[in-house]
Design a binder for this molecule. Structure first.
Ligand code: TPP
Ligand code: SF4
Length: 244
């Protein structure tokens, strides 16, 4: 019988620590497959976030370094500038990137640093118990806004992809979502394109992934994917926001 799928060498032989149905696992696999298929496993350097993906170095089979909360773009800047021949990427949640790390990401993008950011937007702080994130939808409940996000009190959801696309130097910014097979293929292709542009020396690349958090959203995995499709995508439209 023809073998049509096998585990990528980009993943270590270690069980994920993520909750069942969490898309962090899927995005890890897509990063790992791209690294393997592009022959980058021995030269890539990833920067782990603070958040549920803090242990990403246990799963991805390339060199990885840990950054303090929100500081992954600063760490990646140093790593890339001292290792310009290596592929460098950060992997960050919305609490990490768009809250604590907002200044870091804006300035790294504005400097056009030649690394890739994979931004996991699940609208909540997953690891710490479901607090509101800058990306939480209006009306969406979290432990720190139990009646739902109220714009008068908490402001509006932040559109990171669109905001960074206003800057001059980023070379590629796209929003994707692996909630179905077509979305998985598009997410993998977007990560590959970002890595390719970095290898071509074109500058800062950013892939925003609309993800889920069934545990802190209080939903089944299937319902959480439907929520992304019916509510999250309306607020955060998919597509390329900048490319040059
Ligand atoms: C300096 C510092 N402040 C606060 C924390 C607590 N903390 C850990 S993870 C996290 C938020 C993670 O949320 P997100 O980035 O959305 O990732 P997710 O867990 O949803 O994947 C916070 C505030 C910390 N670890 N370090
Ligand atoms: S808490 Fe949420 S983001 Fe974290 S692993 Fe579980 S489902 Fe995924």
């Amino acid at each position: 019988m023809e073998k049509v799928f096998s585990r990528t060498k980009g993943l270590k032989d270690k069980e994920f620590s993520y909750c069942g149905g969490c898309l962090h696992s899927v995005v890890h696999r897509l990063v790992a497959e791209n690294l393997e298929e592009m022959g980058l496993l021995s030269s890539a350097i990833g920067v782990c976030p603070v958040g549920c993906a803090v242990f990403m170095y246990d799963f991805i089979n390339c060199d990885m370094i840990e950054a303090a909360h929100g500081r992954a773009p600063a760490v990646a800047t140093g790593v890339k500038r001292t290792h310009p021949g290596n592929l460098v990427f950060t992997y960050q949640g919305d609490g990490d990137l768009a809250s604590r790390g907002m200044a870091e990401i804006v300035h790294a993008a504005n400097r056009g640093e030649n690394f890739t950011v994979i931004f996991i937007n699940n609208g909540i702080y997953g690891m710490t118990g479901g607090q509101m994130a800058p990306t939480t939808l209006v009306g969406q409940k979290a432990t720190t806004c139990q009646a739902g996000r109220d714009p008068k009190m908490h402001g509006m959801p932040i559109h990171m992809a669109e905001m960074l696309a206003t800057l001059d130097l980023p070379c590629y910014i796209e929003r994707v979502s692996p909630i179905d097979p077509a979305g998985v293929r598009k997410t993998k292709a977007a990560i590959k394109k970002a890595f390719t542009k970095q290898l071509e020396g074109k500058g800062f690349s950013f892939v925003e992934v609309l993800s889920n958090c069934p545990t802190q959203w209080g939903m089944t995995p299937v319902d959480s994917l439907t929520w992304v499709k019916e509510h999250v995508m309306e607020v955060y439209p998919l597509g390329v926001k900048k490319e040059r």
